[in-house]
Design a protein around this ligand. Structure first.
Ligand code: HEM
Length: 134
C-alpha cells in the first residue's frame, strides 16, 4: 500500500475513535449538544479520510506525487482543528466560532485539492488482479 494511503487510514481510525468517544459521551450523559462535532469527526475524519486513502491505494502513481502529501496535510490540519474547536463551541465557548470557520475553509481547500488530484493526470489503477484459474 502506498505510504499516503497508510497514513490516511491511520489518521482516519484515530478520528473514528475520537468520534465514537463523543458518541458514547452523548449517549451516557444524555446531553446531545456535541452532535455536530461527533458527526464531523466520523464523516470528515473516518469516512472521508478512508475514501481518500482507498483512492490512493487504487492509484499508486498518483499517490507518489508531492501534491498528494500536501493535500493530506492541508485536509488533515483543517479537520484536526475543526473537530475540537466545534466540540468546545457547541459546549458554549462561542469565541471559537472564527476558529471553526477558518478550519472549515482549510478543510474545503483540502477537498478542492483532492478534486484536482482526481481530475488531473491520466493515471489509472495500476493494481493488476491475477487472472482467475479454472
Ligand atoms: C459506537 C459508535 C457511536 C455512538 C455511540 C454514536 C452516538 C450518537 C448519538 C448519541 C447521537 C445523537 C442522536 C440525536 O441526538 O438524535 C449521534 C448522532 C449522529 N451520529 Fe453517531 N454514534 C456512533 C457512531 C457513528 C458513526 C460511525 C457515524 C458516521 C460514520 C455517526 C454519525 C452520526 C451522525 C451523522 C449523527 C447525527 C444524526 C442526526 O442529526 O440525525 N455516528 N450518534
Amino acid at each position: 500500500m502506498p505510504r499516503i494511503a497508510n497514513l490516511y487510514f491511520r489518521t482516519a481510525i484515530i478520528f473514528l475513535i475520537v468520534g465514537i468517544g463523543m458518541g458514547l459521551k452523548m449517549a451516557i450523559t444524555e446531553d446531545h449538544s456535541v452532535i455536530g462535532a461527533h458527526a464531523h469527526a466520523n464523516l470528515l475524519g473516518w469516512v472521508t479520510m478512508a475514501i481518500f486513502g482507498g483512492y490512493h491505494a487504487l492509484n499508486p502513481r498518483k499517490a507518489e506525487r508531492r501534491l498528494a502529501m500536501i493535500q493530506y496535510y492541508i485536509y488533515t490540519a483543517g479537520v484536526a482543528v475543526m473537530v475540537p474547536s466545534l466540540y468546545f463551541m457547541l459546549l458554549g465557548n462561542m469565541a471559537l466560532e472564527p476558529v471553526v470557520a477558518a478550519a472549515a475553509i482549510v478543510t474545503f481547500v483540502g477537498v478542492l485539492l483532492f478534486a484536482f488530484i482526481i481530475f488531473s493526470g491520466d493515471e489509472i489503477a495500476t493494481t493488476v488482479l491475477p487472472a482467475p484459474s479454472h
